[in-house]
Ligand binder design. Sequence first.
Ligand SMILES: Cc1cc2nc3c(=O)[nH]c(=O)nc-3n(C[C@H](O)[C@H](O)[C@H](O)COP(=O)(O)OP(=O)(O)OC[C@H]3O[C@@H](n4cnc5c(N)ncnc54)[C@H](O)[C@@H]3O)c2cc1C
Length: 413
Amino acid sequence: MSMSAIAFDIPAEVRDAVEGLEAFVRREVFPRHEKHAALLNDEARRITPAGILPHEITDIIDEVRFASAKAGYYAMCAPTELGGGGLGLLAYFSAFERIYHLCGPRQWLAHHIVSHWAKGPSPVLKNLTAEAKVSMLPKIMSGEHTLCFGLSEPGAGSDAAGIQTRADFDGDGWRLTGGKIWTTNAPHAEYCIVFAVTDPEASAKRAGGISTFLVPLKAPGVSISRIIKMWGSPVGDEAELRFDNVRIEPHQLLGKLGQGFATAMLGVDLGRIYNSARGVGLGRWALDQAFDYVQVRKAFGKPISEYQGVTFPLAESAMQIHAAHLMAINVAFLKDRGERAVKELGMAKAFAVEAGARAVDRAMQAHGAMGMTNELLLTEAYSTLRKVNIADGSNEILRRQIVKEMLAGHRDL
Ligand SMILES: Cc1cc2nc3c(=O)[nH]c(=O)nc-3n(C[C@H](O)[C@H](O)[C@H](O)COP(=O)(O)OP(=O)(O)OC[C@H]3O[C@@H](n4cnc5c(N)ncnc54)[C@H](O)[C@@H]3O)c2cc1C
């Protein structure tokens, strides 16, 4: 797994973290997949009547997360003031790129090793209140409690500033009413990071007025009204949430009142880095499968690697994935240096997930009928990347941002 195609000087602390992470995956994840193969690969046992993962499986995920938290990988990119490792976006990208390249969709327990920005410790939590740091943070850092990110609503997706969920001040806290949709990990999370309107006038003018709260999913008035099963997965990890007059205490406020939209955008920026890593990592994983297979599969008396009709599409994807890799590393450096890099981040995410999905599709084609089976998991990698074309800013919204930046004179390319 060399980095030799990349000329960027990757800082030693990032390189070491990623090498350590790979060793951890080999030590802690691969053996668990072997040990629990009968359970993890049995479709019937992978789902409860409610349509979610059963406890037998979430217990294994927990085990991996706890081990990773103890080893220092889980919160490696969370702020040091929360007790995290304080590594930046280059580390975040590199960690997930390595995990997805190494494991693909097969050793998927590895996807839980480094805290996903919306599900655990991350810069999104940097402005927790002092009380929340005592009452909520320790179990979030240890991996015992996970989170979900409640921004999208049935009436507000791409135009997230148009959310209608309200938190009305009641003298000593707020009352939360409304609903969220597509909330990943809601079926298993302890808390939802909820974005709600606290100043309707300011919000209507798109001038702030949205605040962020950490809301326990077990709080009175919170309910999951629907488990949503997304394409490609038999179990539901997304859900629709209802908030009915839910009491919010002052210590649950995350960041400054009225400035929650900036927190939401910080989150989706992290999501764009994460998804760039998925595009590059899964794309490389799929190309590895394809380049191995075309050398052993024979047709018309020769390995199919002899046919340019088979291999040129793979070369095309190799070019695209390499470009995606360079773009993602570049934007991670820019962001770690404190630059805005709005169009570069949009370009990196849109390009990487499109290039990744195309690479997986081409790998499926090179495998013939085998590529269409559920056994190789190429189909799963494809559906994953196809879905993230929508999540964390659809690729149209990212193009819109690129255009806005270019029109505003940010023309560096
Ligand atoms: C797998 C998955 C997981 C998700 N997890 C979460 C989560 O955990 N938390 C959360 O809050 N949300 C989550 N989402 C929701 C996601 O953020 C939204 O789906 C996304 O913002 C798009 O919103 P929408 O689906 O309402 O589409 P819409 O906003 O209705 O858009 C519909 C179509 O119109 C296009 N479009 C809209 N406006 C424009 C424009 N101005 N110019 C050009 N095209 C435009 C869009 O690109 C899209 O193709 C998830 C989504 C997916 C697919």
